[in-house]
Design a protein around this ligand. Structure first.
Ligand code: UFG
Length: 331
């Protein structure tokens, strides 16, 4: 059994990773400021420390209280569109908090670190599917903030011996198949939950952000990866760090789906129409992002178990239908 610090463990991907760790009998301390995360998303078997990453004294106290085998760092600002409106805020927060956290971990002698990174590193990619050797050229400040954090960690690796794994998530979606956690953002900006809520009549028609992209149906193509598979990628990365040096992995299902295909999947699974209208492009959106996750598969044995778009939508639908108010902690 090991003990892990999970920042952002009350958030969407973080809470699913916490479940994966607890399911294996590990001890988990979640550090979250609960501005985007939810108290109810943290299982009672984990310890919740409600704190800001900016509060370096508090973070140091956490490292002094527990000895961690590794840090899993999910807490971040992560909305591409918002980063296009507030670039400096995004870069300052994500970079400063992540690198200060790594610094605190190193000072405490914890030299294993797993970073939530992003497909947004690749901007408009030079080839698809996107492998780890593709050109890093973010087309939005969110992606660039993660690039900067990856570079900072590389220096910490060279100078302090930090062993890190950066996992470049493609589009996380779905929810825990056992219904223990789900996706609840405020405001919600992600396609799958928005399309489901539109089908359930909980919000007005979905707007498709552009149908003039160079894709077969004109709408953007993304690689939707089940959040439980993503959580399992963290378990695989932690195991890899025990025996090997630092690593960088692209994590996706390897299959692309257009916005129109996602809408069709929601209609198929839910048995209801998704009211939608065509709108202009959203700034910062690349046309196609699909992962080549061969390196992760080959080096760790990871393989997506909930890979189909229908299963992603089925689990997301089940959780949203059962939780009309999400975790129910908003005014
Ligand atoms: N979309 C719409 N209408 C909406 C919402 C989204 O058409 O109302 C489209 C977007 O234009 C995009 C696709 O649906 O083409 C997916 O959009 P999301 O907002 O769900 O996800 P993003 O691809 O923008 O971003 C997500 C994460 C990022 C990560 C990125 C990597 O939020 O953190 O995936 O692919 F960087």
């Amino acid at each position: 059994m090991a003990r892990y610090l999970v920042t952002g463990g009350a958030g969407f991907v973080g809470s699913h990773a916490v479940l994966a760790l607890l399911d294996r009998g590990h001890e988990v301390v979640v550090l979250d400021n609960l501005t985007q995360g939810h108290r109810a998303a943290v299982p009672s078997a984990a310890t919740l420390v409600e704190a800001e990453l900016a509060d370096t004294r508090r973070v140091a106290e956490v490292f002094a209280t527990w000895r961690f085998d590794a840090v899993l760092h999910f807490a971040a600002l992560s909305i591409v569109g918002a980063s296009m409106r507030e670039p400096l805020h995004y870069i300052a927060e994500n970079v400063a908090h992540s690198l200060r956290l790594a610094e605190a971990a190193i000072k405490a002698g914890c030299l294993r670190f797993v970073l939530s990174s992003t497909a947004a590193l690749f901007g408009d990619p030079d080839r698809v599917p996107i492998d780890e050797d593709c050109r890093i050229a973010p087309s939005n400040p969110y992606g660039d903030s993660k690039r900067m954090v990856e570079e900072g960690l590389a220096w910490a690796g060279r100078i302090h011996g930090l062993r890190f794994a950066t996992l470049r998530y493609f589009n996380a979606a779905g929810s825990d198949p056992a219904g223990r956690a789900g996706e609840d953002h405020d405001p919600e900006t992600h396609l799958v939950p928005l399309a489901i809520d539109a089908a359930l009549g909980r919000r007005p028609a979905l707007t498709i952000f552009g149908d003039d992209y160079a894709t077969p149906d004109g709408t953007c193509i993304r690689d939707y990866v089940h959040v439980t598979d993503l959580a399992e990628a963290h378990i695989a990365a932690l195991a890899r760090l025990e025996t090997h040096g630092s690593c960088r992995y692209n994590v996706g299902s390897g299959h692309g789906a257009s916005v129109k295909e996602v809408i069709a999947a929601v209609e198929r699974v839910g048995g209801r129409a998704v009211p939608h209208a065509m709108g202009p492009r959203r700034a910062g959106d690349p046309a196609i992002l699909v992962a080549a996750s061969d390196r992760l598969r080959a080096e760790t044995g990871w393989t997506p178990k909930h890979g189909s778009l229908d299963e992603i939508v089925r689990t997301a639908w089940a959780w949203r239908e059962a939780h009309p108010k999400g975790y129910g902690d908003r005014g």
